[in-house]
Design a protein around this ligand. Structure first.
Ligand SMILES: Nc1ncnc2c1ncn2[C@@H]1O[C@H](COP(=O)(O)OP(=O)(O)OP(=O)(O)O)[C@@H](O)[C@H]1O
Ligand code: SF4
Ligand SMILES: [Mg+2]
Length: 374
């Protein structure tokens, strides 16, 4: 969906840029209340030349290697790629939660609402986490506390970040559970995570991520562990809530099929780098990198008649400790030419609307595809 046609942002309650003192923060509006503001759609998060490396005994893993991308207010952006390409490390870098001492952000900037998160103190970062940026993980059981009730886990953040009194936090927690489609929320608040199904736990994670009305939610493979029907329900719920409350989202997934419906823009990542970026519509209609083409052929397409066969991408992703000198995709690429082996292609504009690709053959893919069909 084009960014300009998105629903206006809600003020449920929209935090001001910078640190907010919970004591002086405005009282939260009731869940579901909408306020149509003419807020300008500006850049909310800007990742610039980010490098996150892990120093191991066998060498340096360049998990995120000079990567730049951004998310605008109220926008849904996807980060897509195969396992091990650096998606989760990118999200953890934004939250400054990369596992040290092996893992370190060694370069770049992460600007959120104009502030460089890499320069904030740990206390300031604690405020950003949960209050300004919410996070939804792939497996909720790893981030939920098994010995605390669902209610306590929801009210804790509301009391700490928003300064709500216990009774008010409880009321709001009930609203939140109802809002994410959990029936009988009063009773469910008294239960423990193991009493929830997988889909309900993921709904609970969404409620937690939204609870302090952040401006951005990072959702790392939010539905991978769920069956297909529940996946679709959860994604629809996330899309609906992000629109209603004007929350921007970064959806991390290995499935390009998932993002077609839910993302405005897509960043395709390979071996620690962004290799293609564009609007979801443009990327689907006119992919300009062989890896993106491969990803599209390996998943069912909603906009094409059902194909009898899906084609997985042949070969293995490269070892991030020993990346080749030229294009990292060369050993798996059916379009490679001599230059690919020696010179790494930079991200270059291939079409209007910010469509960029890092491929020497980006302009020749159509010709080659047409030739292969005849
Ligand atoms: N603590 C660590 N020590 C060493 N290497 C690590 C560590 N954490 C991640 N890596 C490496 O960083 C690279 C990127 O990992 P990341 O978790 O971001 O992958 P991903 O794209 O999220 O994959 P998946 O789809 O499987 O979740 C991988 O090669 C991984 O092995
Ligand atoms: S630069 Fe060469 S090897 Fe890399 S994706 Fe393009 S054609 Fe393939
Ligand atoms: Mg991951």
């Amino acid at each position: 969906m084009p960014r300009s046609s998105r629903a206006p942002a809600s003020t449920w309650p929209r935090p001001a840029a910078g640190k907010t003192d919970p004591k002086t923060a405005p009282a939260p509006a009731p869940v579901g209340q909408r306020c149509y503001t003419a807020a300008a759609v500006g850049t909310l998060l800007e990742v610039k030349n980010l490098k996150t490396h892990f120093v191991t005994r066998s060498g340096v893993v360049r998990a995120v290697d000079d990567v730049s991308w951004d998310v605008s207010e109220s926008e849904t952006v996807a980060l897509v790629g195969e396992s091990g390409c650096g998606k989760s490390v990118s999200a953890l870098s934004i939250m400054r939660l990369v596992a040290g001492p092996a893992g370190r952000i060694v370069g770049g900037q992460i600007r959120f609402k104009g502030r460089d998160l890499l320069r904030l103190s740990e206390e300031e970062m604690r405020h950003v986490r949960g209050r300004e940026i919410g996070m939804i993980f792939q497996e909720p059981m790893t981030s939920l506390n098994p010995v605390l009730t669902i209610g306590r886990q929801l009210t804790e953040g509301l009391e700490i970040h928003l300064g709500l009194a216990p009774a008010e936090a409880r009321r709001r927690a009930t609203e939140l559970l109802g809002m994410v489609g959990i029936p009988d929320p009063e009773r469910r608040l008294r239960q423990y995570p193991h009493q929830f199904s997988g889909g309900m736990r993921q709904r609970m994670m969404i409620a937690m991520a939204l609870s302090c009305s952040p401006s951005l939610i990072l959702a790392d493979e939010p539905t991978t562990a769920l069956d297909v029907t529940i996946q679709a329900q959860i994604l629809e719920l996330m899309k609906d809530l992000s629109r209603r409350f004007g929350v921007a989202m970064l959806i991390i997934t290995h499935n390009l099929g998932v993002v077609a419906r839910y993302a405005d823009r897509v960043n395709v990542m390979y071996a620690g780098r962004i290799i293609e970026r564009g609007t979801a519509r443009e990327l689907y209609a006119n992919p300009r990198h062989p890896y993106t083409l491969g990803l599209l052929r390996s998943v069912p397409r909603l906009d094409e008649p059902r194909r009898a066969r899906l084609d997985p991408i042949e070969g293995q992703p490269p070892d991030l400790m020993r990346l080749p000198a030229g294009c990292a995709f060369t050993p798996r690429c059916g379009f490679s030419v001599e230059r690919c082996r020696v010179e790494a292609p930079p991200l270059c504009e291939v079409n209007a609307g910010g469509h960029v690709s890092a491929c020497w053959e980006a302009d020749n893919l159509d010709r080659a595809r047409t030739a292969s069909r005849t």
